[in-house]
Design a protein around this ligand. Structure first.
Ligand SMILES: C=CC1=C(C)c2cc3[nH]c(cc4nc(cc5[nH]c(cc1n2)c(C)c5CCC(=O)O)C(CCC(=O)O)=C4C)c(C)c3C=C
Ligand SMILES: [Fe+2]
Ligand SMILES: [Fe+2]
Length: 357
């Protein structure tokens, strides 16, 4: 084959996928199983500066995540951020790393297995795979595994209950980019959000109630969501509204305890204004006002990760206690909790209706 770099091709030739470059398709069975593709963000392969640099390089080059002109952003990213941040993050990742790997990946896969078990137990002919938007296992590998198991119909379930362009939309883009390389594409459905779905709200409420039954109630419960730059919301990203609807629904489910529930946004990155109030300053302010006992939960994360285990459970705890707080408790994510796996299965069943063989 003659090597022809794309830049030498006329524009109309370089835009549609080259049919000779399409992946060979696995044979699909007529009444094969339905596929469920769980998509999460992704995480480094190792808690080392090199692996973190590779992961952040891919993640932060996504123009859905950083909305700056690429020529300018790549100079800042390659020139500054990728030379400083990985070394700063490596010890933080090391602190939370599990024997089996990064918590985000370990808990996402455990959740996938728990969902598969519930669906199998219910007699559903469904196969579940987990793909990561950045790093491994990739979305295209996960799609490949579903197709090689004969799945011709696939529902994509982003592990983000609240929609954001920088998470959900980029996952959809990546699935579509993968499908662009297939000759015989599967039928695809995408779940956009489930921020007020009773299965999700019930699982959160149950987690809180169980935690309080075991440990007692705090003065306040802070629901901390990952933040976003304010400008993205001002330009129409529905993420903030999605988060507030989750808070409202959870307050309703907690009945008499609704007044204990507050909301904040964490994980600010860069110099811009992000969604407010910010989590750590809120906790410090509370301590200064004489609030001594708090619980923090992160309902936007389905799997525990750096942002929950290190930023909240370690950094925010230290900040709250150093400011005069007495008791800080972190309520873990839903992870592979059995009742959440049941909830996920109900969500999947609803979204594959008409596909059951
Ligand atoms: C502008 C940058 C970022 C946006 C926008 C953003 C949105 C966003 N992220 C998550 C979920 C996760 N983020 C995680 C880590 C993380 N996020 C950013 C930046 C943005 N996120 C960075 C630079 C990092 C790496 C850590 C750091 O440098 O502080 C993670 C954890 C990954 C892990 O390995 O454990 C998750 C999960 C959501 C839900 C979201 C928008 C709603
Ligand atoms: Fe993030
Ligand atoms: Fe962070």
């Amino acid at each position: 084959m003659v090597f022809m770099p794309n830049i030498f091709l006329p524009r109309f030739l370089s835009e549609s996928p080259d049919p000779h470059a399409l992946e060979p398709d696995p044979p699909l069975r007529a009444a094969g199983p339905v596929g469920v593709l769980l998509v999460n963000l992704g995480t480094p392969d190792q808690p080392s500066a090199g692996a973190i640099k590779r992961y952040l390089g891919e993640f932060l080059s996504d123009s859905r995540v950083i909305e700056l002109p690429q020529w300018l952003w790549q100079i800042i990213l390659r020139g500054v951020i990728l030379n400083l941040r990985p070394r700063k993050l490596a010890p933080r990742y090391k602190e939370i790393w599990l024997e089996q790997g990064s918590p985000l990946l370990v808990y996402s896969q455990a959740q996938g297995r728990a969902l598969q078990e519930v669906l199998r137990g219910g007699g559903d002919n469904v196969r579940v795979e987990v793909g990561m938007r950045y790093g491994n296992p990739s979305i295209s590998d996960a799609l490949g595994r579903l197709r090689s198991q004969g799945c011709e119909r696939i529902v994509v379930l982003p592990m983000y209950p609240q929609y954001a362009a920088s998470t959900t939309a980029t996952a959809v883009d990546a699935v579509a980019a993968s499908a662009a390389r297939m000759r015989n594409q599967p039928e695809l459905r995408f779940i956009k959000r489930y921020n007020t779905d009773p299965t999700y709200i019930d699982a959160l409420a149950r987690k809180v109630r169980q935690f309080w039954a075991d440990h007692g109630k705090p003065q306040r419960l802070l629901l901390s969501f990952h933040g976003l730059p304010r400008t993205t919301v001002e330009q129409g990203d529905p993420y903030h509204r999605d988060c507030m609807e989750t808070v409202q629904a959870l307050r309703q489910r907690l009945g008499d305890d609704a007044d204990r529930v507050h909301v904040s946004f964490q994980s600010r990155f860069g110099a811009q204004r992000w969604l407010e109030p910010y989590t750590e300053p809120t906790l410090k302010e509370w301590a200064a006002q004489g609030i001594t006992d708090v619980d923090v939960m992160c309902p936007g994360f389905l799997a525990d990760c750096l942002e929950t285990l290190e930023e909240i459970q370690m950094q925010c705890r230290d900040a709250f206690l150093a400011s005069g707080g007495k008791q800080f408790r972190y309520i873990p994510c839903l992870n592979d909790d059995a009742f959440w796996a049941e909830g996920l299965a109900a969500l999947v069943r609803r979204n594959i209706s008409g596909w059951e063989s």
